[in-house]
Design a protein around this ligand. Structure first.
Ligand code: IRN
Ligand code: FE2
Length: 623
């Protein structure tokens, strides 16, 4: 009954987006099929006839969940789209079973056996002496299928659109400004390779996560967002966590961190991974702490090491490792307003103080690299000393840690292990740019991955916004990935609705940054939306949005009738005072009269002025 119950996702998660189609763009070989979504639009009808509005392709993180042609059985996991790429490299070997102690003990768990049979999978590991990281391949000049996949994904059919007359106007775009970045006109697989080789971008892709649809994190690519699930909920079940993962994929989460700490942690992770199209990250020190019953001082390198291997063999794509919390930095937090706010940071600080020894993650860093490269797990070097209040922003503790993360980046790169750097936290707006600049300098341009930052501390309940503002700014300055914050930040565990709001907020931040940077083609969706809005194509306006359901719901709150979906007004200004309606009337008038636009505008406005005086009492709202 347990298995039966967890076999299906809710229709809320799997229903296709309105008027959208899942499409696949094929690469140089048939098994490189990159999923995208295309939003169909209605034609424009005017007095001059009907004009076709072409479909708008959008980046799609929802994997197979929104593809009606793929039937999902959570018991079996989603298709292994990447498996053949891993096998054909002939540099890995399949193990008899998990090699970690903890993994072995759970090998025959009835809740896992099913998944493993379905996939006939035991973990794989690099053959002796081999390094299976994408960075390692890139540095040898090899373009992997994963690299080609992300190149197609980032391009989003732009070349095709440029050759299609129907998109001519939609391609109009303002000149952006990318701070010190180098955005190409077209993303080629070779460009992807060179960015990964240089360490400026990472493709988190564990060889034990064959279900992954590869994606790239780097400042010369689209800005990405990370979502978190799990947390401390003792109440939430495995099925709920899997549902949350799919929910995150649906709304646009590019990566997902499983921060579960409760019971069934290993089993939950297995279910998530076998069904996750996006890279999955974890903070292994959380599970290690559970293994010593929450007593930080009892942590050992051996327990931590076993946890790393356990999770690497399950397929976790990136690990947050708080190796920059050095013993000498802990006293630097003494005068802070909010001390150490990072969970992982506080665990390591406690261990350092209890033993008066250097952080074992720091002293064993090279050993960690050996594990990472045997599975291609990427580092997300943790910001254990990030500021938890604007008062503590950019202080010595924070920056001392950042400098150490730079030192560790170099060591990881000597092993060809992929790295990104975690960043703050709470930072007032005028101090945000310094964070980005210093990260690029100290960490040799490794991708930055920040939590917000929150630009003020005064708005509990709205911290998706306080942080979304900081995130938009740092994304523009060159931050590669933004860790989402939900409205429940500082207050409680987010529910499904909070997750959705958090994701949409961060999609706005990431897209705003792409626009500001001048990412090629970023503005197409805005242009399509604005055209639909101007032409009162209400359905298209909803459907082109990040959250079509919410847009429709808000519209229908005051004008629920179907007829309102073609009306040339909304309830905001009412029928007579819609500026867009007036402009259109003016244009029609100009076309009919054959008068110059300027003159028509003048004349039209005078007529509207008369109308205004007559019907002024009908204003419903004013924004
Ligand atoms: C991102 C940037 N800085 C921190 N994060 C995320 O915060 C990190 O990736 C993880 O998901 C979460 C919890 O980290 P701490 O509190 O253990 O540092
Ligand atoms: Fe905070």
């Amino acid at each position: 009954s347990f298995l039966k119950k967890t076999a299906e996702l809710s229709s809320e998660v799997t229903q296709p987006f309105p008027n959208s189609r899942k499409i696949y763009v094929q690469g140089s070989r048939p098994d490189i099929r990159v999923g995208m979504r295309e939003i169909d639009q209605h034609p424009t009808s005017s007095s001059f006839g009907a004009e076709e509005n072409p479909p708008i392709p959008v980046y799609d993180t929802s994997g197979p969940f929104t593809d009606p042609d793929v039937s999902i059985n959570l018991l079996e996991g989603i298709p292994d789209v990447r498996l053949n790429w891993i096998l054909e490299r002939h540099d890995t070997e399949q193990l008899d079973g998990p090699t970690s102690e903890y993994g072995r003990e759970r090998q025959d768990d009835p809740r896992l056996v099913h998944l493993r049979f379905a996939h006939l999978r035991a973990p794989r590991r690099a053959k002796a002496g081999k390094n299976v990281s994408q960075m390692h391949y890139a540095r040898q000049g090899i373009i992997t299928p994963e690299m080609e996949y992300v190149a197609i994904r980032e391009n989003l059919k732009l070349q095709e659109l440029r050759n299609d007359l129907r998109y001519a106007k939609l391609l109009r775009q303002h000149q952006g400004h990318a701070w010190g970045a180098n955005l190409p006109e077209e993303i080629t697989p070779e460009f992807v390779r060179s960015e990964v080789a240089a360490g400026r971008a990472i493709i988190p892709a564990n060889i034990n996560h064959p279900e992954l649809e590869p994606m790239i994190i780097g400042r010369n690519f689209r800005v990405k967002i990370n979502t978190n699930i799990g947390n401390s909920a003792v109440t939430s079940s495995i099925e709920e966590e899997v549902e949350k993962m799919a929910w995150s994929a649906r709304w646009g989460g590019d990566t997902l961190m499983d921060l579960s700490t409760g019971k069934n942690i290993h089993e939950t992770r297995e279910w998530i991974l076998r069904n996750a199209p996006m890279p999955i990250g974890t903070v292994p020190i959380y599970q290690a702490l559970e293994k010593v019953n929450g007593k930080a001082e009892d942590l050992t390198w051996e327990i931590f090491r076993d946890t790393l291997i356990e999770q690497a063999e399950q397929g976790v794509d990136y690990f947050t490792i708080h190796a920059g919390v050095r013993l000498a930095y802990v006293p630097l937090t003494a005068d802070r307003v909010t001390g150490i706010v990072s969970r992982g940071g506080s665990i390591m600080a406690k261990w350092c103080l209890a033993h008066h020894k250097e952080n074992f993650l720091y002293t064993h860093f090279a050993d960690i690299c050996e594990i990472m490269k045997a599975y291609d797990v990427s580092f997300s070097l943790g910001d254990g000393l990030r500021p938890g209040s604007v008062a503590d922003a950019n202080d010595r503790a924070q920056f001392a840690e950042l400098e150490t993360l730079g030192e560790l980046t170099k060591i990881a790169w000597e092993h060809d292990v992929q790295v990104m750097i975690e960043g703050p936290g709470h930072v007032p707006l005028h101090m945000v740019k310094e964070n980005m600049d210093k990260e690029l300098q100290d960490c040799f341009e490794a991708p930055f991955y920040t939590l917000g930052p929150l630009i003020t501390d005064i708005a509990p309940g709205y911290d998706h916004i306080t942080s979304g503002i900081g995130a938009t700014n740092i994304g523009w300055y060159g931050c590669a990935m933004l860790c989402y914050v939900t409205p429940k930040e500082h207050l409680g565990l987010p529910n499904k609705e909070d997750v959705r709001v958090g994701i949409i907020t961060y999609k706005i931040a990431a897209h705003g940054a792409d626009l500001a940077k001048g990412w090629p083609g970023a503005q197409i969706r805005d242009n399509a939306m604005s055209k639909a809005r101007f032409e009162f194509r209400w359905e298209d306006q909803f459907n082109l949005g990040l959250d079509p359901d919410r847009a429709r719901e808000y519209h229908d709150e005051t004008l629920p009738k179907d007829s309102a979906k073609v009306a040339h007004f909304c309830s905001m200004c009412g029928p007579h005072f819609c500026s867009m309606k007036i402009t259109q009337d003016v244009r029609d008038y100009a076309a009919k009269q054959g008068v110059e636009a300027e003159a028509a505008l003048q004349k039209g406005m005078e007529e509207k002025a008369v109308e205004f005086v007559k019907t002024g009492s009908k204003i419903y709202h004013q924004a």
